[in-house]
Design a protein around this ligand. Structure first.
Ligand code: SAH
Length: 457
C-alpha cells in the first residue's frame, strides 16, 4: 500500500467486515485494514484512528451505528473483554463458528490444503465457569491489596472478583486469601522496582475431587508470619490440601520461579479424568477445562481407532493424561515430556491406576524420538500435543521415519499446526480431517485435533 488513506486521530465511519484471529474487528478503508477492539462483523461504527502502521492500523470504537445481531452483553463484559474473556461480546454459537473458520483459513492460506474437512467446533453447554486454574497478580492500589487481571497488552492491574470463565469456587477463594494477606499486612510486589513480596496467587481446583492447591508466588524466601497465614487459609478454605510457596526473585513476566517449598499438605492435588485418577504438581501442565478435555481426548481416541495390539507414543505428554487414559485399549504406551515434575507425576499416575504397560521419560521430543527409533520401537499410532510453538521439524521427520499408520495431532495453535501439516505431507502423511473442540469459551483460543494417515500410493 503506497498511500495510507487515513491519519492518526482521524474520526470516521466504517463497516466491520471480519474478525481477526485475536478477536478484533477488521474494517477496510480503501483496502487499508484497521483493527478495532470490540467491533463485530456486519457492524457499522464510528471509529477514531489510534495508530497507523505501514500495512495496517488500529482504531478505537466510539459508537455503534448498526449493531450486529450476534452481539451479546454480559455483566462486567467491558472489563472481561480487555482481559481474560476477549470474545465475551460475541454469542457463543458464533464463537464456535469463528473458531472453525480460523482453522479453515490457516488450512487454505498456510497449509494450502483447501480440501481438508474441518468439522463443526464441539462447544460446551455452559460455556463459563470452566477454568480449573487461576493465576492472579497481586498489587497494592490505594493502600490495599488488590487482585484482578492485567489489561490486554499492559501491566495495568484491573481489580476484579468475578472472573466469569473461572470455577466460581476459585474466584471466592482468591477473595478470601486476599483478605487474609491484607489482615497480616503482607506486602504486594511492585513490578517497577522489583520490590515488595507477594507477586501472584495461583490456584488449581480438581474438577471432580474439589481438592484445591494454593501457590503463593513470592519474591523472597523469608515469609514473615507465613505459618499463621497458612493456618488461616486452611481454616477458611477446607478444600485446600496443598499450599506451596514458589520463590521468583527475578524481574520477569514469567509467573513461577525455580524454587518451591511445600508449606502445607502435599505437593500436588488429585483429579479424575475419564475415570482415571491423576496427581498434578504445581509446575505440571493440566488442561484448564477438565470437562472439555474429556471431550477432546475421547474424540482423539475415536479418530485413532485403536486396536489391542497397538504400540502408542504419547509425545509432549504432561502428566500422562492421554497415554494413561488409553493404555487399557492398547499393547504399550511410550511417553515423553520436558518437565521433570510432570514426568514423575505421569509415572506415579501409571502406578496409581494399576497401569503396567506405559513408561514415561524426561526429555525433549526431538531428542528422545531418534533414540526410540534407534532402539527399534515401532509405534502404530503417535499422539502429539505440543505447546503453541508447535512441533520441532526434525521431530516430524524422525516420527514419520518410524512409519506409524497414523498421527493424532492435538494443537492449541492452528497457525503452527498448519505449518506442521505441510511437513507431514512432505514426509508421507496426509491430513484426513480436523476437529476443533472449544476448550476456551469466551476467548479467541482454538484447540483442534488433526488425524493424519499414511499415504498409500
Ligand atoms: N498431553 C498433555 C500435555 C500437553 S501441553 C495433556 O494433554 O495434558 C504440552 C506439553 O509439552 C507440556 O507439558 C510441556 O511441558 C511439554 N513440552 C514442551 N516442549 C517440549 C518438547 N520439546 N518436548 C517434549 N515435551 C515438551
Amino acid at each position: 500500500m503506497e498511500i495510507i488513506p487515513i491519519k492518526k486521530n482521524q474520526e470516521l465511519e466504517v463497516t466491520v467486515v471480519d474478525l481477526s484471529y485475536l478477536g478484533m474487528g477488521v474494517a477496510k478503508v480503501e483496502g487499508y485494514p484497521l483493527f478495532i477492539e470490540n467491533a463485530l462483523p456486519g457492524e457499522r461504527i464510528q471509529v477514531k484512528v489510534l495508530k497507523i502502521g505501514k500495512k495496517f492500523g488500529f482504531g478505537k470504537m466510539l459508537s455503534i451505528l448498526k449493531t450486529s445481531p450476534h452481539r451479546q452483553t454480559i455483566e462486567n463484559e467491558d472489563l472481561l473483554r480487555t482481559g481474560i474473556a476477549p470474545l465475551s461480546h460475541l454469542q457463543y454459537e458464533q464463537q464456535l463458528k469463528f473458531k472453525q473458520e480460523q482453522v479453515k483459513n490457516v488450512l487454505i492460506k498456510t497449509a494450502k490444503m483447501p480440501e481438508v474437512q474441518v468439522t463443526d467446533t464441539i462447544g460446551m453447554k455452559e460455556p463459563f465457569g470452566y477454568r480449573n486454574k487461576a493465576q492472579i497478580p497481586v498489587r497494592k492500589m490505594n493502600g490495599v491489596l488488590q487482585t484482578g487481571f492485567y489489561r490486554k497488552n499492559s501491566h495495568e492491574l484491573i481489580p476484579l472478583d468475578h472472573f466469569f470463565i473461572q470455577d466460581p469456587e476459585i474466584d471466592a477463594a482468591i477473595v478470601i486469601i486476599r483478605e487474609i494477606l491484607q489482615q497480616f499486612e503482607v506486602k504486594a510486589y511492585n513490578e517497577k522496582d522489583n520490590s515488595g513480596f507477594l507477586r501472584h496467587i495461583v490456584i488449581r481446583r480438581g474438577y471432580q475431587t474439589h481438592e484445591m492447591m494454593v501457590v503463593l508466588v513470592t519474591r523472597k524466601e523469608h515469609f514473615f508470619q507465613g505459618e499463621k497465614i497458612v493456618q488461616k487459609i486452611q481454616e477458611k478454605l477446607p478444600e485446600v490440601v496443598s499450599i506451596i510457596q514458589n520463590i521468583n526473585p527475578k524481574q520477569t513476566n514469567v509467573i513461577l520461579g525455580e524454587q518451591e517449598k511445600v508449606l502445607l499438605g502435599r505437593s500436588f492435588i488429585y483429579d479424575q479424568l475419564l475415570g482415571k485418577t491423576f496427581r498434578i504438581s504445581a509446575k505440571s501442565f493440566y488442561q484448564v477445562n477438565t470437562q472439555q478435555a474429556e471431550v477432546l481426548y475421547q474424540k482423539a481416541f475415536e479418530l485413532a481407532n485403536l486396536e489391542k495390539s497397538d504400540v502408542v507414543i504419547d509425545a509432549y505428554s504432561g502428566i500422562g493424561t492421554i497415554g494413561l487414559s488409553l493404555a487399557d485399549q492398547v499393547a504399550y504406551v511410550y511417553g515423553m515430556e520436558t518437565i521433570k515434575q510432570a514426568v514423575i507425576d505421569a509415572q506415579e499416575n501409571a502406578k496409581l491406576n494399576g497401569i503396567k504397560n506405559a513408561e514415561y521419560v524426561t526429555g525433549k521430543a526431538e531428542d528422545i524420538m531418534p533414540r526410540w527409533k534407534e532402539e527399534g520401537i515401532k509405534p502404530n499410532v503417535i499422539f502429539v500435543d505440543p505447546p503453541r510453538k508447535g512441533l520441532d521439524q526434525t521431530f516430524i521427520e524422525t516420527a514419520c521415519d518410524m512409519d506409524p499408520e497414523k498421527f493424532i495431532y492435538i494443537s492449541c495453535n492452528p497457525a503452527t499446526m498448519a505449518r506442521d501439516l505441510k511437513t507431514f505431507a512432505v514426509n508421507g502423511y496426509f491430513t484426513d480431517s480436523i476437529q476443533p473442540v472449544d476448550l476456551f469459551p469466551q476467548t479467541h483460543h482454538v484447540e483442534t485435533i488433526a488425524l493424519l494417515q499414511k499415504k498409500t500410493s
